[in-house]
Design a binder for this molecule. Structure first.
Ligand SMILES: [Zn+2]
Length: 441
């Protein structure tokens, strides 16, 4: 099912599929540099109905039925996560070009199902987000699924010369010429009732997005760069990005030891902490700080009474249940297996001193190419891929496939194989091709 849907998502972005629901006729008239952008906004504002805060399942179901007819919806969420393990979902905002609404997930008796179905089970409606990682994570926590197909405007902006991490207010300013009020950004979204200013602010996060998306899409079509984004958009929809396995939680904890016994205890302790934090729904650091976790892994106490002497733990750990479970975790820990051991060197294998210089040269080439075609370097290639290329690897690298190969990979390969050189021409750094093989020269 996913494969078939993938081609549809690609159809939205690819240059060859103009007869999708998001066709030229629908949007092209509105896209034209800056002045055109402003006109669209005003049009959008005229036609876009802002609904009252949605607090009933019936109202939500009605709106979802309308949104389901739309080729795309813009989605954003507001949540609090300072005091909980799971983010506390406080508001969901949705807009297409006609209807915008904020939905109160905390409203008594409101069932989010119509919306969650629309987000995760309706492949005909593209979900547009901006830097949507945390929004996707919340939906994933609620449903075990991610919204699909997805379009993230922050990622798309990388293909349109707007840098690697353009913020929402900069995006809105650059495409619509509107300066956002950021005043309500850090308010308490969990408080009830929400005041109108909070709701207005939150809805702005999707109404502008719904106005920007068609323009972005049009520009991606015109430049042929939509296809550059297909795999990026699929990647953010991959549920494995949003699920933390307690068994791998130890990898995010720093410890100054490589002993398999220590790392094995760290793994067991990190998994134990994850389970405790989830069970109590409090941030993991409030069960035990990372430093304390590493400390206990390095110097495991023999008896539970010894826990009272561990820095960062209160005296009560010597006798309470959680202290008992901690001791059980230590007792059950096994030395880390050889396969699980982290690699000794941060450097990629095989990358010696010369290789590191080659990698630097590749990074320079990447900078030049990214500048020349006005795209964020990270979209063209990841730096670990360049390290691998410098180390002699020539297969299994995204940079040597499809559009990345055309835009950068071919030159990168030419550089490591001696067919490309740098030169300064009239004060400007240029890439030149070497006609003869360097051996013959
Ligand atoms: Zn927001």
């Amino acid at each position: 099912m996913h494969t078939a849907n993938l081609s549809r998502a690609k159809g939205l972005l690819g240059p060859t599929h103009v007869k999708t629901p998001l066709s030229q006729t629908r949007f092209s008239a509105n896209f034209n540099a800056r002045t055109g952008a402003r006109r669209t906004t005003r049009l959008g504002a005229c036609f876009m109905k802002i609904h009252d805060l949605v607090t009933t399942t019936e109202a939500l179901a009605q709106l979802c039925a309308r949104w389901a007819q739309s080729p795309f919806i813009a989605v954003d969420t507001e949540f609090m996560r300072e005091n909980t393990y799971w983010p506390d979902l406080c508001l969901i905002q949705v807009a297409d070009e006609q209807d915008a609404a904020a939905i109160d997930p905390k409203a008594d008796g409101l069932d989010l199902k119509p919306l969650l179905d629309l987000l995760t089970d309706n492949e005909d409606v593209l979900k547009v987000v901006h830097a949507g990682g945390q929004d996707i994570e919340i939906i994933c926590n609620l449903t075990g699924k991610t919204p699909h197909p997805m379009f993230d405007t922050q990622i798309a902006a990388m293909a349109l010369g707007q840098g690697e991490q353009v913020g929402y207010s900069n995006l809105v300013d650059s495409w619509l010429g509107i300066q956002l009020d950021k005043g309500a950004r850090f308010t308490d979204w969990a408080r009830r009732p929400l005041d109108q200013r909070q709701i207005d602010y939150a809805i702005g996060d999707v109404t502008h997005l719904a106005a920007i998306f068609p323009q972005m899409l049009e520009k991606l079509r015109k430049t042929g760069r939509g296809v550059w984004l297909n795999d990026e958009m699929e990647r953010i929809a991959d549920p494995s990005n949003y699920v933390t396995d307690p068994q791998t939680a130890w990898k995010r904890v720093k410890v100054s030891s490589r002993k398999p016994e220590v790392l094995g205890r760290l793994k067991a302790l990190a998994a134990w902490r994850e389970v405790e934090a989830r069970g109590k729904n409090i941030p993991r650091g409030r069960i035990m700080k990372d430093e304390t976790l590493a400390d206990v892994a390095m110097h495991p106490p023999r008896h539970q009474q010894d826990l009272s002497r561990v820095r960062g733990l209160s005296a009560s750990w010597a006798g309470n249940d959680i202290g008992g479970r901690l001791m059980d975790a230590i007792a059950a820990a096994k030395p880390l297996s050889a396969e699980e051991m982290p690699s000794r060197d941060d450097r990629k294998p095989g990358l010696g001193k010369e290789g590191a210089l080659v990698a630097d040269l590749l990074k320079l080439l990447l900078k030049i190419r990214a500048r020349d075609i006005d795209v964020a370097p990270r979209l063209l290639a990841r730096s670990d891929e360049l390290d691998m290329l410098a180390a002699g690897q020539k297969s299994g690298l995204a940079v040597l496939e499809s559009w990345r190969f055309e835009q950068f990979g071919r030159d990168a390969l030419d550089l490591v194989e001696g067919r490309l050189a740098f030169a300064v021409v009239n004060g400007r750094l240029k890439i030149t091709r070497i006609e003869d093989s360097p051996e013959a020269a």
